[in-house]
Design a protein around this ligand. Sequence first.
Ligand code: PEP
Ligand code: MN
Length: 334
Amino acid sequence: MIAVLKQGATKQQIENLCTWFKSQGLDVHISEGKFYTVMGLIGDTSKIDIDMLQDLEIIESVKRISEPFKSANRKFHPEDSVIGIGGLKIGGGNFQLIAGPCSVESPEQIMEIAEKVKASGASILRGGAFKPRTSPYDFQGLRAEGLELLLMAKEKTGMPIITEIMDANHLPLFEKVDIIQVGARNMQNFELLKELGKTKKPILLKRGLANNLKELLMSAEYIMAGGNNDVILCERGIRTFETYTRNTLDLSAIPMLRELTHLPIVVDPSHATGIARLVKPMAMAAAAAGADGIMIEVHNDPQHALCDGAQSLTPEQFEDVAERIGKILEVVKQ
Ligand code: PEP
Ligand code: MN
């Protein structure tokens, strides 16, 4: 980090600032120019509040040289992280296909979908039990009962399961869940992230609707700082001025995150587009761009789905998409 001091900063002010930086465990390199004094701060500056520095009377400008995320940073962990999920792995060349309904609705619904997506090549079953809905009058999920049904499908099919948590108080219910999902709306629910940092479960962290990649990585950092390094990032589209699609899928997030972090990257083309017929081309594009996993919403009767029917594929459509993804992965591996 580099801090440029204002002209006229007094010796005493410079000394005080220098002492404070040292108390934060940093080495300080001072170079005095004709007009400006520049301080080079060497060490772990991730805990330094850049806005607070910027506000100091003697500071002209501050610039970070290294990113504020440390645990998630590829610079400090050059190898891809490989995360274990039940008997499966994701990351470092291990790809997983996640599929299932937006919400668990009934035993028949989740079982039929689970069996069909498994037969088509999905390796992990998704299904929402606690649903974050924009309207309080919309279906909120079957909650604890939904989790029970998901666990039943896990038992019957042998597929690991992923489902969303909205409240840290619900954690005891998630004991047998294989991956805990943090939805887009909770990406910056820092108290929830801190609690998840204390667990030993893989966490799939979805990018917020209006969050940049640095913010996504800082949220991953919250979980990792608590001791849980098993974080999977998920690009699920962001809000732009485009209105034909539900969101805009930021495919460049995949290669960009690949450079910045060692964490596995999953793409969700269902929430990104909101339109079932767009899921196939975007899923193929995500596989081609190097995603470690793809998560797709599948429903046995999309027209009557209690949530997100318009973006849900039928099991038959999913079979076709899964086959296409497989073909793209073969090409990409060459
Ligand atoms: C979901 O995956 O069920 C979901 C609600 O997605 P998002 O948080 O990305 O909107
Ligand atoms: Mn959904």
